[in-house]
Structures are given as C-alpha cells and as structure tokens.
Design a binder for this molecule. Structure first.
Ligand SMILES: N[C@@H](CCC(=O)N[C@@H](CS)C(=O)NCC(=O)O)C(=O)O
Length: 306
C-alpha cells in the first residue's frame, strides 16, 4: 500500500465546498431546488428529461425498442437535462424528481400526468404499460425483476464507487480503488457465469433486464465508460463480451444510446429527440452543417414540424 491517509473525522461533519473532484461544485448535502426553471413540453404523451449517461440510455433504448415493436404510444420527446450546469436542481425538474437525478419521465396520456423517477421504476412502468420486454409468466417475470433490481443495487458500486475513485476523485486513493475494483470484478463475474448458459439475463428472452444492465456493464466491458477495460481485464469475461457485442448490434440500441448525448463524435450526439426522423436529420454533425444556412432556431423548427 502507498502512504496511509492521515484524515481523522471530526466530531461533527462539516461541508467542505471546495473538496475538489469533477462534480464537487454540483454535489450538496441538501436536497431541493436551487433556482426557478420551467421544463419544455413536446407534443408526445411521454416526456423524458434526461442525459445520455448509462442511466439515461436505459430509458431511451427501451423506448426505441418499444417503438421498433410497433408500439406507437411509446413515441416520446427527450429533453436535455445538463447535469453539469445544475439543470437537475431547477424547480420543475425537482417537482418531477425530488432526488434531482436523471432520468425522469412524465406520462401525459391519462387524465392526470404521472411522474416517474428512478430508471428502474421508469423501465418497469413502461414495460407494464406496453406489456412488452417483460415476461408474463410469473417465474420468468420474477427472474427478469431479479436482474433488473440487481442492476439498481449493483451499479452504484460501479459508478459511485469504482468510477468515482478511478476517474473523478481529486486524488487516487489506493484503498478505495482496490475496494471497488474488487467489487466490480465480482459483479462482472456474476454476469459472466450467468451468461455462460443463458443467451440473455432472463433466459432466451431479451428484456428490460438486459436493457438496464447493458449501458453500464457493456460499456465497462469495452472501456466506453471509465476507460478501464485493461485495468479490470474485462476481456476475461468472454460471455459478457458475447452478450454486450450482440446487444450493441440492435438498431434500437444504436438509436437509444445517442439520445441526449452531448459528447463524443458529432454523429453520435442527438441532443434532443422529438421525432423518429431526428436520428437522420438532427444529430450534431447535421445541425452544425445546416444551422448556419437555417435562420430558424431549434424550437422554431420544432414548432414548424409539429
Ligand atoms: N438510481 C438512479 C441514479 C440516477 C443517477 O445517478 N443519475 C445521475 C447521472 S448518471 C445524475 O443525474 N446525477 C446528477 C447529480 O447527482 O447531481 C437511477 O437509476 O435513475
């Protein structure tokens, strides 16, 4: 072990606003809104407020899969919530997610709008609403929920634990990186052993369990998140690799993963999604090229289209 950490916790914890680290300016020990900000509403019943991180991708991939099954009621507007700018603390966002985290969904299709927050709750809500991508038979359905909730309990160790200390923390702390690397490798092994004799997480049927797990564990496998494929020796999890690569080929996965994405190559960034045609017409490579020739603003163009 490198040198020992000399920190001794005081009697009572005090918030150090300048603790450093990538998200130090945003993280607070209190909840609630910091400013008044309204949310945009598009023309579809489903209004998603999100960002193209793995937690956001779970919902946009699911919506794209539902649409590819011909379920037109799954049409949605995906609005960008820029968490680096603190949009998650805006008043209307907090009113739909008091936990101030993306993704959050509002379903306006009924008499009263229904708010849904937490990606697991959103996925279950959508799968039940459309009776799709969740098995109907009790034993298979339970197995699907086992893996869905496995993801919800496990990914915080991957993101908040491993990712935080390996990438975002202001200093590299050997103890913390060791602890969370061990846990993430254990989790990859859990998946690998299961996928050794199952095509998908709950058997032979592709479901919301795969859609929840892929954006995190598929991306760790390839190094797309945290660039740690070599560090974690992810190529040794061959069954995870087989599963991750096969999901990456699905057209709905290819579409869903670029929605609300504001980084990476321009053709992989669709900042907002309001129509199926946006995937061909409104990725950033197209907008950057056409915006100078088009005098209309983005919202004016949207109004024109609806
Ligand atoms: N358990 C939540 C986690 C959501 C989450 O952590 N979202 C992150 C982005 S990936 C976020 O909005 N962070 C903003 C913040 O912490 O202020 C879920 O599954 O929906």
């Amino acid at each position: 072990m490198a040198e020992k950490n000399q920190y001794h916790p005081p009697q009572k914890w005090v918030w150090d606003k300048d603790s450093g680290g990538t998200f130090a300016k945003l993280n607070r020990p209190v909840a609630g809104a910091t400013h008044v900000k309204t949310l945009q509403r598009g023309r579809h019943p489903l209004q998603l407020y999100s960002l193209g991180t793995p937690n956001g991708q779970k919902v946009t991939i699911l919506l794209e899969e539902l649409l590819s099954l011909g379920l037109e009621g799954a049409e949605y507007d995906a609005h960008l919530v820029n968490i680096r700018d603190g949009d998650q603390f805006g008043s209307e966002f907090v009113s739909i997610n008091p936990n101030s985290k993306i993704p959050a969904l509002v379903d306006h299709s009924g008499e009263k709008p229904i708010r849904i927050f937490e990606s697991g709750a959103i996925m279950l809500y959508l799968a039940e609403k459309f009776s799709a991508l969740i098995p109907g038979e009790p034993a298979s359905r339970t197995e699907c929920l086992n893996w869905l909730f496995w993801q919800m309990g496990s990914a915080p160790y991957l993101g908040g634990g491993f990712g935080h200390f390996y990438v975002y923390a202001p200093e590299k702390i050997e103890y913390a990186i060791n602890r969370y690397s061990m846990e993430v490798k254990r989790q990859l092994d859990v998946l690998d052993r299961h996928l050794a004799d199952h095509a998908y997480l709950c058997g032979n049927e592709y479901s919301i369990a795969d859609i929840a797990i892929w954006p995190w564990y598929g991306a760790v496998y390839t190094g797309a998140v945290y660039d740690a494929a070599e560090f974690l020796d992810t190529s040794s999890y061959a069954h995870v690799g087989r599963w991750a690569k096969s999901l990456a080929q699905r057209p709905a996965v290819k579409r869903g993963r670029i929605v609300n994405r504001t980084w990476g190559p321009l053709e992989t960034q669709l900042h907002e999604r309001h129509d199926a045609s946006d995937f061909t017409l409104r990725t950033q490579d197209k907008l950057v090229a056409s915006e100078t020739e088009n005098p209309l603003t983005f919202s004016e163009q949207l109004k024109q289209k609806s």
